[in-house]
Design a protein around this ligand. Structure first.
Ligand code: SF4
Length: 207
């Protein structure tokens, strides 16, 4: 929990300026659609930081909850605000990430949807002796992408991580490409090996 809070505030200060630009379009879009933004300052701040990070890492404003896939058509649909927003509001009360919801959504319903989202990311990680196996997570029914995805698993592992290297096992080549972009953005060295149907990527934190 403490590491999560440290990560939250690090991102808050890092993206403080660019988050203001996110706020502008978020408000404009919400007004057009008669939606509201998540009323929780922490949730909204975290989502805005994640949107900034997606843009900085991958060059596009992808959904803060899903790293890009190998399917370009799906990636286009995942640009925020995504193509799934209305369907998900109908199902969950808010969009998947609990960023947008109807203007008249009650506080309790916002809380319930935020809780649903947090639960998706609080599954135990498969981390042992510096090796994080990111495979086998449940799939989101609309996008057929894992929740939590590799990127979120790595990010939460790195909060407070003390090792000199982290070996990340991923299933898809696209995840290796994504890790390369993440490592480049964070200034980390990376080495990847193809291992019979999966990939082992070593992130090296030594300077
Ligand atoms: S689920 Fe919400 S936050 Fe994610 S892309 Fe869609 S609208 Fe944006």
């Amino acid at each position: 929990m403490i590491n999560m809070m440290i990560g939250f505030f690090k991102d808050f200060f890092k993206y403080k300026q660019s988050a203001k630009k996110q706020q502008e379009w978020l408000e404009k879009y919400a007004k057009q659609k008669n939606y509201a933004l998540n009323p929780s300052w922490m949730m909204l701040t975290n989502l805005k930081s994640n949107l900034c990070e997606m843009e900085a890492t991958f060059g596009k404003r992808y959904c803060p909850c899903f790293e890009p896939s190998a399917d370009e058509k799906l990636n286009k649909k995942m640009m925020c605000p995504c193509k799934f927003i209305d369907d998900e509001i109908a199902e969950y009360g808010t969009c998947h990430c609990a960023l947008f919801g109807p203007a008249d959504l009650s506080k309790e319903d916002w809380k319930a949807s935020s809780k649903r989202l947090m639960a998706e990311y609080q599954v135990p990680k498969n981390l042992k002796e510096g090796v994080l196996d990111t495979r086998g997570m449940p799939l989101d029914p609309r996008r057929a992408l894992p929740i939590p995805d590799m990127m979120h698993q790595v990010k939460s592992t790195l909060n407070g991580y003390k090792g000199e290297t982290l070996t990340v096992i991923v299933e898809y080549e696209q995840e290796v490409k994504n890790l390369e972009k993440i490592a480049k953005y964070r200034g980390l060295k990376l080495n990847s090996v193809d291992k019979d149907g999966s990939f082992e990527v070593v992130l090296d934190f030594r300077k």
